[in-house]
Ligand binder design. Sequence first.
Ligand SMILES: [Zn+2]
Length: 414
Amino acid sequence: MNPSNSPLTANYREQILAAFTQACTHPGEADEQHNLYTAMPKVLLHDHLDGGLRPQTLIDLSAECGYTKLPSSDAHTLETILHAQANSGSLEEYLIPFGHTTAVMQTPEALTRVITEAIEDFARQHIIYAEIRFAPGLHTRGGMTYDEVLHVANTAVATALADRADSQWVGLLVCGMRQDPTDVQQAALATVRAMRQQASPQLDDNPSYTEVQHMTPRLAHVVGFDLAGPEHGFLPHTHTAALQLIRRYAIPMTMHAGEAAGVDSIKQAIDAGAGRIGHGCAICDDIQPTSNPTSPWQLGPLARTIEQRRIHIECCPTSNLQTGAVDTLDNHVLPTLLENHISAGINTDNRLISGVTLASELATAAHHFTLSPAQIIDMQAAALDAAFGPVAVVDQLRKQYLEPAREIVATIQR
Ligand SMILES: [Zn+2]
């Protein structure tokens, strides 16, 4: 990141905590919640790189690479059109704008620009820890290999964070696109090469636990693997060999599950080794209300497993509404998860396409589910606990931001 363009370089932490104190003690008359959640130090675990471009960047990159299928070359109009598609109510329709964004992200320069701007946007929005996910297989049309895509992305993150790596951190999650088993295998192999210094792992590799423990990451910002793309017809068991490889190399894994498909998809994801679940809306089918006021919920076996293993659910409320994963926010699973002490966080999914920021999602959730600022801080802490990045980084960010933020919030509750 060019320091002259960076909004928050020196004293980044002090600026965030001062702004949060100000927002807590002197909330504005209008839009009070949004101000509060803009200022709050935040954690974002589920954010797709190709769903979060700045509109003008999408237009600029289209012009540079000769892509002519954008529905508008005016940033505001383009944004409006993409949001309309996002609000169609079907996941398949929702995915259409990604054809535009991935079309223009086929060179190292384009990829670097999008990542650099995402990290700059996170900094402006007080997102202290983020994991950006992307499928390397969607960025190879210009001739980059899977390994090169990961290398470019890792360098872009490291460069962007160079001036404040101790006060903000960003990791990369590698997505395999589940509708293409070959892509999932390629993405899994590239992830192993990035995270476990190993020249050419094979799908049938079987390193010992000790061997894995001694493998050092080649790309420091690549932190895990994700299974993404349309769920129907492509449940995790379609990709057994690739997911076994990820598990053998002890690579942290999250999976999109229970978004378009049901509880079985979540169960397969957990059986395949997922430590986090993206969306997970369908888990509400395994949590039933009771008539007993002292024990108002009955957890089924899968929900019980999620609770006991502390599997974190990456909730994305607006996206869920847009893709039809839930018909109304009133039926969203998030409040039920919180009542049952299941680890859950709030995420953007796709900032550009869904038309959200993390602050707007937190404000929406706080308003709609009647969550207090203290509860929202607790969710940032739950998300940070579930982060795949280095433990030392996570511990430091917790101490630097979330512990003071808890104390600041306590002042407005007195
Ligand atoms: Zn997603």
